[in-house]
Design a protein around this ligand. Structure first.
Ligand code: DNO
Length: 389
């Protein structure tokens, strides 16, 4: 396991020195100041790379090169944006950075309904409650036709919940959903969100898939020439929200992508927390099936209160995903390849140690430090017990 860590550049409250001291070797970063659709200049990539190298680490994974919405919709200036995307990939490859994470979620990237879910010990983490999301959709956003997306039971429960909420609680949900979470683009207002949703009218599941496969096949010659691996980040949560299709949520979706886009450079970011947002997904089975096409991993865990209601776990190793079993699969695949795969402890609790500074949601120092240490211990323990791995 190559020990990765997401760093948000100079705007990040966590310094490279702290990251290095955590035992990290591989930095996961991006040019966050560049908007989707822009070409990333070599000079800027090099400047960031130099900083990381000076701190004794290597920038080895990009997370993300975000896609302009026009590419997802295949409207407007999408051709120009695809050309720009290719240029960015070439520029990254010229600097030796050849693993690129991205996603194909329309408008919203990952979505939570609670950014400060309090655990028993007073630390906080991120949470998701599908009834809160449904209530926000129907009663606050008032998306036309939203009711049709929920069954009678969900509608009734969401209504009751919303009626019981104070305006402060409602605001909390709205903020959590519309805030551009780290790595995403901008904060949205309800009005702007509705406007963007309208632009997706007519783009159903089938159309969005076609658009994704077309994009991937168009950039494939660049991937092959420059030996770049594209690893899609699964939808989070892994199901449609706000009437928007989500097309990379299950093993079947990955299978279909691999069939439609056969290049070995097109693969997956195995994100346990995102895939784990559906009780039907089996993260270990997904790893096994697509092992050769997994170029990057996010490891963390979820705790369910009931189906559709979960929060991040106190411990990266315990919860919905069988992390020890997954680690064994990772080590087997690394052995087969003869090289390590970058894994980053994805998210962590916000604990006292970080209260004095402004960490991006989910991206605290202490919480991820524990996560990384747990993963490292697990790796060493497995190797000890299973000689040869
Ligand atoms: C959340 C992240 C996502 C991810 C993007 C990849 O913590 O995993 O924001 O970076 O979806 O494009």
């Amino acid at each position: 396991m190559k020990q990765g860590w997401r760093w948000y550049g100079d705007a990040d409250a966590i310094t490279l020195k702290e990251i290095k001291q955590a035992g990290v070797t591989d930095i996961v970063a991006a040019l966050y100041e560049r908007k989707p659709g822009e070409v990333w200049p070599v000079s800027e990539i090099k400047a960031r790379q130099k900083k990381v190298r000076e701190a004794g680490m290597e920038w080895s994974v990009v997370e993300s090169v975000p896609l302009h919405e026009d590419i997802k919709k295949r409207t407007g200036d999408y051709k120009k944006y695809i050309e720009n995307y290719k240029k960015t990939l070439v520029n990254l490859a010229k600097c030796g950075i050849k693993t690129v994470c991205y996603n194909f979620m329309p408008i919203l990237d990952w979505t939570r309904s609670d950014l400060e879910f309090e655990l028993g010990d007073g630390s906080t983490c991120l949470g998701y409650n599908e009834y809160e999301v449904a209530a926000f959709d129907m009663f606050a956003l008032k998306r036309p036709g939203a009711e049709k997306d929920f069954d009678a039971k969900t509608r009734a429960r969401a209504k009751k919940l919303w009626q019981s909420y104070s305006s402060k609680e409602k605001k909390r949900v709205e903020k959590a959903i519309l805030t551009g979470l780290p790595g995403t683009v901008d904060d949205l207002t309800p009005k702007e969100f509705l406007r963007q949703l309208k632009a997706y009218e007519g783009i159903d599941d089938k159309k969005l898939r076609e658009n994704m496969y077309a994009f991937l096949n168009e950039i494939t010659p660049v991937l092959e020439k420059w030996d770049v691996n594209m690893c899609i980040h699964p939808d989070d949560p892994p199901h449609p929200i706000f009437g928007l299709p989500r097309i990379l949520s299950t093993a079947a979706d990955v299978r279909e992508m691999c069939r439609k886009c056969p290049s070995k450079h097109i693969g997956l970011t195995l994100c346990t927390g995102s895939l784990g947002g559906s009780l039907e997904n089996d993260e270990v089975a997904i790893f096994k099936e697509f092992a050769k096409r997994i170029f990057f991993c996010h490891f963390r865990n979820l705790q369910y209160e009931e189906p559709g209601v979960f929060h991040e776990s106190e411990c990266h190793l315990c919860g919905k995903t069988d992390l020890p079993a997954l680690m064994i699969e990772l080590l087997k695949e690394e052995k087969r390849r003869g090289e390590g795969i970058v894994v980053r402890p994805d998210h962590g609790r916000l604990m006292e140690i970080d209260r004095h500074r402004k960490c991006y949601c989910g991206y605290s120092y202490g919480g991820r430090l524990i996560g990384l240490a747990e993963l490292r211990g697990l790796e060493i323990g497995i190797k000890y017990l299973k000689k040869g791995l």
